[in-house]
Design a binder for this molecule. Structure first.
Ligand code: SF4
Length: 312
């Protein structure tokens, strides 16, 4: 296993960490526990931060015209301004952050599934959407990964989230310790196939950006590179994009493979296309080819191992 940096992630405190839910309990989630071993968690409970006790009466979100409001029906208290004030202050204080893992359905933290009413008395259902803190998160950090524990039960969403947080953390560390253009070029080489899977267009744009280095504009290039990197990674690769990358990597080593090995690999690609083989299996085969031929360029491709395999 290669070395991995520890992403810094803002996590809803009630996800395994603290019993701060309205009912005085917390939510058990095995994946969150596992991820904690490989990350730096920054726990936050926005409802406790705005002064609500534990346990507490339920609060809700309602929408009036275009605006969302946070409200505690039992006490008839409007909490919107307090929550917005806390959210902005907290989010502005985050200097090094790689993503968010929030509790689903919550009127504060919910990134998805939060029930939204048309009125403060909860008489008329409006839709499902986001909580007030979560709205501020996506507004302030539109390019950072933000997911909830329910959506992360989906294999592809989880893979995308993990890929992004570890990649963004690695780029953040690179920028912090950057000594020169060579560091960025090496980074870009290692990320070539990962970026290709997410966006061929952005990969090309980043290549042109690096080629435009003139010994004076390193900071400008790095800042633009980071922006393009975040935009590229925001797109979840399709099956077709993964297949394209697998074929590219195979092409890189194919002249050293025999006919049977190539045919077997392409049969597995076909099975993956139809849903009968796992992407991970194909990556492992390519990795073992790369080790057999001592091909460091492929061995070091982040695409083949974007995050610790324990988290798969
Ligand atoms: S969902 Fe958010 S606001 Fe609600 S208890 Fe958990 S951390 Fe606190």
């Amino acid at each position: 296993m290669r070395g991995f940096p520890e992403p810094e992630i803002v996590v809803s405190a009630c996800l395994n960490l603290e019993p701060v839910r309205y009912n005085g309990k917390y939510v058990k989630d095995d994946f969150v526990l596992k991820l904690k071993k490989y990350s730096q968690f920054i726990p936050v409970c926005p409802e406790v931060e705005i002064g609500l006790g534990v346990p507490r009466d339920k609060i809700i979100v309602y929408k009036k015209e275009k605006n969302f409001y946070l409200y505690q029906p039992s006490q008839k208290i409007e909490l919107t301004d307090k929550m917005i004030e806390f959210s902005e202050k907290f989010l502005n204080s985050l200097a090094n952050i790689d993503g968010f893992l929030l509790k689903s359905k919550s009127p504060s933290c919910g990134l998805s599934g939060t029930v939204i009413y048309k009125d403060p008395d909860r008489k008329i259902y409006h839709s499902r959407g986001r909580g007030i803190f979560a709205l501020k998160v996506v507004e302030k950090f539109p390019l950072l990964p933000a997911e909830d524990e329910k959506r992360l039960k989906n294999k592809e969403i989880k893979d995308h989230f993990l890929t992004r947080i570890f990649a963004i953390c690695e780029l953040r560390n690179l920028i912090k310790n950057l000594k020169g253009m060579d560091d960025l070029i090496k980074f870009h080489q290692r990320y070539k196939y990962l970026l290709m899977a997410h966006s061929q267009a952005k990969l090309k744009e980043m290549g042109r950006l690096i080629a435009g280095y003139n010994k004076k504009n390193l900071r400008d290039i790095v800042n633009r590179y980071r922006e393009l990197f975040l935009i590229a990674l925001k797109r979840k690769p399709s099956k077709g994009q993964h297949i394209n990358v697998l074929e590219h990597i195979l092409g890189h080593i194919s002249d050293k493979l025999n006919k049977g090995e190539k045919e077997h690999f392409m049969e597995l690609v076909e099975k993956y296309k139809k849903g009968f083989a796992e992407l991970q299996t194909l990556k492992e085969i390519l990795k073992s080819f790369a080790y057999r031929f001592k091909d460091d360029y492929i061995i070091n491709q982040v695409y083949l191992e974007p995050y610790p395999e324990d988290l798969i």
